[in-house]
Design a protein around this ligand. Structure first.
Ligand SMILES: [Zn+2]
Length: 460
């Protein structure tokens, strides 16, 4: 069910919006809205928040989507963009319209010819307008710049206080509140003013303080499996173990099963029925640990996931952040551990060689891998490294005080420090070494008869 919804979203994204994939934050907001939850999305500026109601507006069968927006200019711009792109038929109702335009807009709403209606909070406070909306039926009420509702906020706007009453008059439709910044006081105020105490907060900034990041260095494959078993034994709750290849996933799953752990397996080469069966075992709690390749995770939200362990270094920090970020979606503490064995980087370099992408793209991918390796080898706060990478400055943030490097700072010499600053020993050395190492990796993969496995699962 979740999969088919996900596929519908993907199709819609490509066909209508011309976008390949949702950002992780957008997806979490859209999932919550489509699940029928009242949602408060705290999204940084420029993170694509309008898509978070445009897409559900297209998918929801019942009722209008009403967007309450504080600025007429903003509203006009949004409505026009939507119309131009043919995404939605939007009406805007505000005081800048001529009387006849206003009548047209109201008429259109009355005939339910429009599926998104933009209005100011002042307009929403008018009984005649509410009555029209009520007749048309409102499925979702979106509150843009929702912090304006709070007297603690820096942009308090009295008309926003009327929204609570409007919700009651409209028969309590579902709510999506959007804001770029919200302190705990403001969040509490929004919930109170809207009389929605159970409103779910989805914070889409990169920083998620409940995730405890760490890297464990290992020096050989046996040590790695032993570390995995130790971690799985020691960590309570549900978890995901990611492997870079089908072979590694099978091996880890088998080892954990033999050690008496409750595990299941997911990769692109399993038959569809087995794949969905195993997924179900994990989702419904019959198995505690899912061992999977990166084929697992699309459209899956198991919010009580307490740990994510990576057996191999992924190809980029984007992949790592996305995969490890499947932990702790419920906001409770969760652990994200990378088991780092330097030889594993050869595998990613092998994937790079195989991709035969255009030169510029290839260079970019190589840089991304270098940044990933840099993260694994760094002595700095893991969160600081992630935030810097994603260019998401959190005001006043110095260190998370919870990652391995914050809890026990590594003792490093001046020379090592300098090398770390230079990145992973500089790109030049890697370029030279790369071809040789990739050659070795290809040879090994062939001699072990699993080159196809490696390539196949990447295509899933
Ligand atoms: Zn830290």
């Amino acid at each position: 069910m979740a999969i088919s919804q996900h596929q519908r979203i993907e199709r819609l994204l490509r066909a209508v919006f011309g976008i390949d994939a949702l950002r992780d934050g957008q997806r979490r907001v859209i999932d919550a809205v489509l699940a029928g939850r009242d949602t408060l999305a705290v999204m940084p500026t420029g993170s694509g928040k309008s898509l978070c109601y445009q897409l559900p507006a297209r998918l929801m069968k019942k009722g209008l989507t009403v967007v309450v927006s504080p600025l007429i200019a903003l509203m006009k711009d949004q409505a026009e963009k939507l119309e131009e792109a043919g995404i939605a038929s939007a009406a805007q109702v505000n005081s800048s319209l001529s009387r006849s335009d206003e009548l047209d807009a109201l008429q259109a709403i009355e005939n339910a010819g429009k599926n998104i209606v933009f209005c100011t909070p002042e307009r929403l406070a008018m009984p005649e307008f509410r009555e029209l909306l009520q007749q048309a039926g409102v499925g979702l009420l979106v509150i843009d710049e929702a912090h304006c509702i709070s007297q603690w906020g820096h942009d308090f706007r009295p008309a926003y206080l009327e929204i609570g009453a409007a919700l009651a008059a409209l028969g309590q439709p579902q709510v999506l509140a959007l804001t770029a910044t919200a302190t705990d006081d403001v969040i509490a105020d929004i919930r109170t003013q809207l009389a929605r105490p159970g409103m779910r907060v989805v914070n889409t900034g990169v920083y998620r303080p409940n995730l405890q990041y760490r890297v464990r260095q290992v020096t050989n494959p046996d040590e790695k499996l032993a570390a995995l078993l130790e971690l799985v034994h020691a960590t309570p709750g549900v978890g995901i173990v990611y492997a870079a290849t089908v072979k590694a996933a099978k091996e880890a799953c088998e080892m954990l099963r033999e050690a008496g752990e409750s595990v299941t397996l997911y990769h692109g080469r399993l038959k569809a029925a087995e794949r969905s069966g195993n997924q179900e075992l994990f989702m419904n709690g019959e198995r505690r640990v899912m061992v999977a390749t990166n084929a697992f995770g699309m459209g899956i939200d198991k919010s009580d996931t307490r740990f994510v362990i990576h057996l191999q270094v992924p190809g980029s920090l984007e992949s790592y952040y996305q995969e490890s970020g499947r932990a702790g979606r419920d906001g409770e503490d969760a652990e994200c551990t990378l088991l780092y064995f330097h030889d594993d980087t050869r595998l990613q370099k092998f994937f790079l060689m195989k991709s035969k992408a255009p030169d510029a793209r290839h260079e970019l991918d190589r840089e991304k891998l270098e940044r990933m390796i840099g993260y694994a080898q760094s002595g700095f706060c893991r969160w600081k490294l992630l935030l810097d990478y994603f260019d998401d400055a959190v005001p006043g943030f110095e260190r998370c005080c919870r990652c391995d490097n914050c809890l026990s700072p590594p003792v490093i010499s001046g020379e090592q420090f300098e090398q770390q600053q230079l990145g992973d020993l500089g790109l030049a050395e890697v370029v030279v070494g790369d071809q040789y190492q990739a050659g070795v990796a290809v040879g090994q993969a062939r001699s072990e008869g699993h080159a196809l496995e490696v390539v196949d699962d990447r295509q899933v």
